[in-house]
Write a protein that binds this ligand. Structure first.
Ligand code: ZN
Length: 161
């Protein structure tokens, strides 16, 4: 792979996020840069295609395809599982991307292990949230049924006497 020439980035004095040299505001915290570029704020960065900012890397794409295949496979076997899988994996996926970007912004790229941990943690959190929502829904349905039945019984009881 041919080596790309280094690009120059402007580092935000507020949050240390590196961004485009021509930016007038920090993309991360919104800090407004005044006028000329301070040479102390400029860093040179090597452009590595796989970790281009705002782009999905190949490994990220492969993981997405794998997830899509697993969901599609589950859908053919049992549509109910696929719904649960999508509802758990999509938030987990978003959580992983956010975690990855947070680390990348700090200049500490998240490795494979970190990504997997972030994904599992996000998946557990979203699964627990899903279970909690399901439990609340089940309770709401149960309560609604109980109220409906008690009213129905009261009405029919009153009607027959
Ligand atoms: Zn900033």
């Amino acid at each position: 792979m041919p080596k790309l020439p280094p690009i120059r980035l402007r580092v935000c004095p507020e949050c240390d996020a590196a961004g485009d040299l021509m930016q007038s505001r920090c993309w991360l915290c919104g800090h407004a840069f005044d006028g000329a570029v301070d040479s102390a704020q400029v860093v040179e960065a090597e452009l590595i295609p796989e970790h281009g900012a705002g782009q999905f890397s190949l490994s990220t794409l492969l993981l997405a395809v794998t997830l899509a295949c697993v969901c599609a496979g589950a859908a053919t076997v049992e549509p109910g599982y696929a719904v649960i899988l999508v509802m758990v994996s999509v938030p987990a996926w978003i959580g992983t991307v956010i975690t990855k970007r947070k680390y990348a912004a700090k200049g500490k790229p998240l490795g494979w292990f970190g990504r997997i941990v972030a994904f599992i943690v996000s998946a557990i959190v979203s699964y627990m949230a899903l279970v909690a929502v399901a439990a609340i829904l089940a309770m709401a349905v149960f309560l609604a049924l109980a109220i409906y039945c008690s009213i129905a019984i009261a009405n029919s009881g009153g009607g027959f006497h």
